[in-house]
Structure formats: structure tokens, C-alpha cells
Design a protein around this ligand. Structure first.
Ligand code: ACO
Length: 319
């Protein structure tokens, strides 16, 4: 049996930090409201000349270094993003060129905040079947570019960043299982509805969200995916050492931890400093937990995410 193993992680956040206090000078909100409802204190915002590919490049270089893998060894690049640099080529191809890789399969995955979980699941199948020997998997976003900075219901929630992992085959686990779902019936609860046509955006190019409805769906879907993941692996809740959740809202994270009966000390939480970085949030949180030494080799990790679509999913990893 071949498993895929995460052999290196990397993360990158743009320099500029936007605090709640600064946001409160732009829209009618307060630090108290944002922290109380979301747990977010600040977020990082990309510079005007920084793109998703730039952020992805920095995270990838760190992951490759941690894995001690040369870019020429990579034969698969999958990048989750909602904010690609161009309509095409894919940001994965732009990143490939930037990193100096030639010939690896490279493509983007669009599953919004679940983008990294979808990308990691896909890469896992390539490694498990022998179709790839060394994969670079990235979640990267300049989500700030699709926010209406006068809409206090959405602009307070998101930030920019990138996270990456390198995967290799191993006879030991590794990724134990992945679980992906979507339901397009919910397409209008969280969306950027505009379309590109005739050289411009037709309609609205900013994030539209029915926050309350998204919140309720997220809590429920993530509770269910915890059960699904544990049952598929015939594991009890106490088998999980670390929850590495999508960082949308501390209240959603706490509800998932409660379902797992995990104390918050066993949850990697970055939402206070990162906000919701969409596809970047899970790999960034993973990288934080690995680099600060909390996540150790052999630990059981539950990665989960939910995003526009709706899309949602989980990955169970013996790190
Ligand atoms: N500052 C101050 N007041 C605000 C703000 C703000 N930034 N935003 C909304 N309000 C007001 C509303 O106008 C409303 O006022 P009213 O009662 O006078 O009408 C009041 O606060 C309550 O608004 P709600 O939308 O009901 O607030 P809620 O408790 O649902 O919190 C929030 C809103 C934080 C968006 C929450 O619904 C949420 O986190 N939802 C999940 C959304 C999410 O995470 N999306 C990210 C992508 S999807 C994903 O990753 C899961």
C-alpha cells in the first residue's frame, strides 16, 4: 500500500497588517464587535504589486526547503485559489514557471475556502496510484481584491496569504483518508456573482454573503464531516491529536472542537492574526503548528474546511 506523506510545509503572509481599529476608521464597526463575533483581531493584506503567485512562490520555497526537495523533483503542482492572477494560464502554471520547474502536471482547483483540502485530496490520489512521485500543493489568495471595502458584513472577515506542502509516497501513513463534498444548491449564499465577458466584469465582482446562513450551514456540515471521517477510519474522537480547521470564525472552530470533545489547546487557531485567508487558511495553520513544534511526527491531524459552493471536506493525516 502506498500512502502520501507530508514531507514539508511552508507559509507566507504579506507584510501589511490591517487591524480592526484601522478597519473601524473605514466602516461602521468596532474591534469589540469583530473580536466578539469572529475572533479576528487583524489580517494581512497584499501590497498592490503582490499577486497570488507571488504569495504562493514564497510559501512553496519554504515548503520545498523544509522537505529538502529540489523543484526539479516535483512532478505535480496543484494550487487552490479563488483569486488567480489571470483567467488563464492557471496560477499553478505561473508558479511552475516562477519556480523553474518544467514538465510537471500543473493545474488550479477552485473550491473557494475548501480549495486546499480539495487540492490535497487530489494530490493524494495521484501519489497513491503512483501517477505522481512528488507533489507541491498550495493554497494561496489575495482575497482582499474581491472584497467591497464599504461592506462591513464581509470586509472584516478576510485576509491574504499562502500555505504549501510537499507530498511524497511512503509505505507508512501518511494521509489516511480524504472526504470531499459540495452542494451547488447553496450557490447564492456566498458568491462573487460577476462574469468576465467582452473584456470586462459583467455584474458584481465583490463577495456577497448571507453570513447567518453560511454560519449555520458551516457548523452543521463540519460536525457531520467529523463523524464521517472518524467512522471511515473506525476511530474514536480521542484518536485526534490536533484539529487544523479552516479559519473562518472562532465560533465555527469552537463548535467543531466541541463535537470532537477536543480542548481548544489541541486546535491550531490562527484566525485572530490571519482572518479568513480562504484556500490558504488550512495550510497556513498547519505550517504554524509544525514550525512552532506543537505538531509532531506521528500525531493524528484532522484538517477540515468549508467554503463557497458550498464545498466542504476533510483530510485525516498521520503526520
Ligand atoms: N460591525 C458591526 N456590526 C455589524 C457588522 C460589523 N462588521 N456586520 C454586521 N453588523 C451588524 C448587522 O448589521 C446586524 O445589525 P442589526 O441587528 O441592527 O441588523 C448585527 O450586526 C448582527 O448581524 P448578523 O449578520 O446577524 O451577525 P452574526 O452574528 O451572524 O455575525 C458574521 C456575522 C460574523 C458574518 C457571522 O454570520 C459569520 O461568521 N458567518 C460565517 C461567515 C463566514 O465565515 N464566511 C466566510 C466564508 S465561508 C466559510 O469560510 C465558512
Amino acid at each position: 500500500m502506498i500512502y502520501s506523506r507530508i514531507v514539508g510545509t511552508g507559509g507566507y503572509l504579506p507584510d501589511r497588517i490591517l487591524t480592526n481599529a484601522e478597519l473601524a476608521t473605514k466602516v461602521d464597526t468596532s474591534d469589540e464587535w469583530i473580536v466578539g463575533r469572529t475572533g479576528i483581531k487583524s489580517r494581512h493584506i497584499a501590497a498592490e504589486n503582490e499577486s497570488t503567485c507571488d504569495l504562493a512562490e514564497q510559501a512553496s520555497l519554504k515548503a520545498l526547503e523544509a522537505a529538502n526537495v529540489d523543484i526539479s523533483e516535483i512532478d505535480l503542482i496543484i494550487l487552490g485559489t479563488t483569486t488567480p492572477d489571470r483567467i488563464y494560464p492557471s496560477t499553478a502554471c505561473l508558479l511552475q514557471a516562477r519556480l523553474g520547474n518544467h514538465g510537471a502536471a500543473a493545474f488550479d482547483v477552485q473550491a473557494v475556502c475548501s480549495g486546499f483540502v480539495y487540492a490535497l485530496s487530489t494530490a493524494d490520489k495521484f501519489i497513491k496510484t503512483g501517477a505522481a512521485k512528488c507533489a507541491l500543493v498550495i493554497g494561496a489568495e489575495v482575497y482582499s481584491r474581491i472584497l467591497n471595502w464599504t461592506d462591513r458584513g464581509t470586509c472584516i472577515l478576510f485576509g491574504d496569504g499562502a500555505g504549501a506542502v510537499v507530498l511524497k509516497p511512503d509505505s507508512e501513513p501518511g494521509i489516511l483518508s480524504t472526504h470531499l463534498h459540495a452542494d451547488g444548491a447553496y450557490k447564492d449564499l456566498l458568491t462573487v456573482p460577476g462574469q468576465v465577458a467582452n473584456g470586462r466584469i459583467n455584474g458584481d465582482g465583490f463577495t456577497k454573503m448571507q453570513g447567518n446562513e453560511v454560519f449555520k450551514f458551516a457548523v452543521n456540515a463540519l460536525r457531520n464531516i467529523v463523524d464521517e471521517t472518524l467512522q471511515a477510519n473506525q476511530l474514536d474522537k480521542d484518536a485526534i491529536d490536533w484539529l487544523v480547521p479552516h479559519q473562518a470564525n472562532i465560533r465555527i472552530i469552537a463548535a467543531t472542537a466541541k463535537k470532537l470533545k477536543l480542548p481548544m489547546e489541541q486546535v491550531i487557531v490562527t484566525v485572530a492574526e490571519h482572518g479568513n485567508t480562504s484556500a490558504a487558511s488550512v495550510p497556513l495553520a498547519l505550517d504554524v503548528g509544525v514550525r512552532d513544534g506543537r505538531i509532531q511526527r506521528g500525531d493524528m491531524l484532522l484538517l477540515e474546511a468549508i467554503g463557497g459552493g458550498f464545498t466542504w471536506g476533510s483530510v485525516l493525516v498521520k503526520y
